[in-house]
Design a protein around this ligand. Structure first.
Ligand SMILES: Cc1ncc(COP(=O)(O)O)c(C=O)c1O
Length: 410
């Protein structure tokens, strides 16, 4: 039989097939700079990577062992869509013991990472005509997921001078009759800001005055510095728990990013709806990872503290280093593993830095001139900053700071 080759469609034809929904979505902030860094690394150039969005530690040994045992015991089939009951029970126990929150396993949806948990929840509660209030700088996926759900992100600029904390008056002013959700994270990626109980209480008062939902992303909960104490938004008031969905997961706390385990905890009706979304996309999270997650939540927690203290030392080094560079201003990170220095001085100094007109130019300048990879603030909704991750060794941090000092002295 003679095969007749089908005509090849030109690329433009495929572009015409794309939906408006997907054309409105921005690619990840890290993609282009990361591609350039990889290309440079391949040429043998020494790179200092300050772009990493995950702990650089290996997953603790007993968690890995639990996964090995799960495979050996043939726990290799699908689980219930919302996750293994013992895992949801372990999550409830964690929420009770650490956050003083009482949930039932049917209030929990286990997903493939916190990102999918967030996606499932937002797709369940946001539709065209709905507004979602998001403090800026934001984690890049927030506005994009809202847009995918057909909603409108309402971005509210937080003040650098106020430590990038959203103030109650700002939240109040952003709320309209179309507001459905207030979506925020604490501690914050990319600024490293963390909210005190008093600051959260002030935001809670506004939420309680209005008929809106809160989606509280608490993925960096365990990474708080200087004796700061974490308070979950849902734990502030019984009435708030009724209208809050917590997003959390094991990626950052247990150095388990690749295992893809996150969860949502909230009102049963919303959790069930979010479960429906998941049931028609990925189904349950990996069974093996779920067994590992049970071991993580129920096993020894000492390694978490060791990691936190290591991050705190690195935070101190990066903060002191950035402060020593004339022209750079930086709020002290209180949580997560990011600093978000202001680089507007270099954007404005066209005499000495003519090639730098925005945060993307600045990041490219660092990469080209010093082999330093940082993420432009533009991707987080603030073009006067860059994000520096201190999820790298102290040695690399000190080396990077020294290069920045030399480079920016020009
Ligand atoms: C603020 C924030 N939320 C959620 C996530 C997603 O975490 P996961 O790896 O569990 O999907 C991240 C990961 O970078 C994050 O920074």
């Amino acid at each position: 039989m003679k095969l007749i080759p089908l005509p090849v469609l030109p690329a433009e034809e495929f572009l015409l097939m794309l939906t408006t929904r997907i054309k409105n979505i921005k690619p990840s902030a890290t993609v282009s700079i990361a591609a350039k860094a990889i290309a440079l690394k391949e040429t043998g150039k020494d790179i200092i990577d300050f772009s990493v969005g995950e702990p650089d530690f290996p997953t603790p040994e007993h968690i890995k062992q639990a996964a090995v045992e799960a495979i050996a015991a043939n726990h290799t089939k699908y689980t219930a869509n919302n996750g293994l009951l013992p895992l949801r029970e372990a999550i409830c126990a964690k929420l009770q013991n650490e956050n003083n929150l009482e949930y039932h396993p049917h209030d929990i949806l286990v997903s493939n990472g916190a990102k999918q948990a967030l996606f499932n929840v937002l797709l369940s509660v946001v539709q065209p005509g709905d507004e979602v209030v998001i403090p800026t700088p934001y984690w890049p996926s927030y506005p994009e997921i809202v847009k995918l759900a057909g909603g409108t992100p309402v971005l509210v600029e937080t003040d650098e001078s106020a430590g990038f904390h959203l103030r109650a008056e700002q939240l109040e002013a952003a709320i309209t009759p179309a507001t459905k959700v207030f979506l925020f994270c604490n501690p914050v990626n990319p600024t490293g800001a963390a909210y005190s109980k008093e600051q959260l209480d002030a935001l809670a008062d506004v939420v309680l005055k209005h008929n809106i939902l809160v989606v509280s992303d608490e993925i960096y909960e365990k990474l708080l510095y200087d004796q700061l104490h974490f308070v979950s938004f849902a734990a502030l008031h019984a009435k708030l728990k009724e209208r809050t969905v917590i997003i959390n997961g094991l990626s950052k706390a247990y150095a388990m990013t690749g295992w893809r385990i996150g969860y949502a905890a909230g009102p049963q009706a919303i959790i069930e709806a979010a479960g429906k979304v998941q049931s028609h996309s990925t189904s349950a999270a990996s069974t093996i990872s779920q067994y590992a997650a049970i071991a993580a939540l129920q096993g020894p927690q000492e390694e978490l503290e060791t990691m936190r203290l290591t991050f705190q030392k690195r935070r101190n080094a990066i903060f002191a280093g950035l402060q020593s560079i004339p022209g750079i201003r930086c709020a002290k990170p209180q949580g997560a593993f990011y600093a978000f220095p202001n680089i507007s001085h270099f954007i404005a100094d066209s005499e000495h830095f003519p090639q730098i007109r925005n945060s993307v130019d600045f990041a490219n300048f660092l990469l080209d001139e010093a082999g330093i990879v940082a993420v432009p603030g533009a991707g987080f909704g603030n073009d006067a900053h860059i994000r520096i991750s201190f999820s790298t060794t102290l040695d690399q941090i000190l080396k990077g700071i020294q290069s920045l000092q030399t480079l920016l002295k020009k």
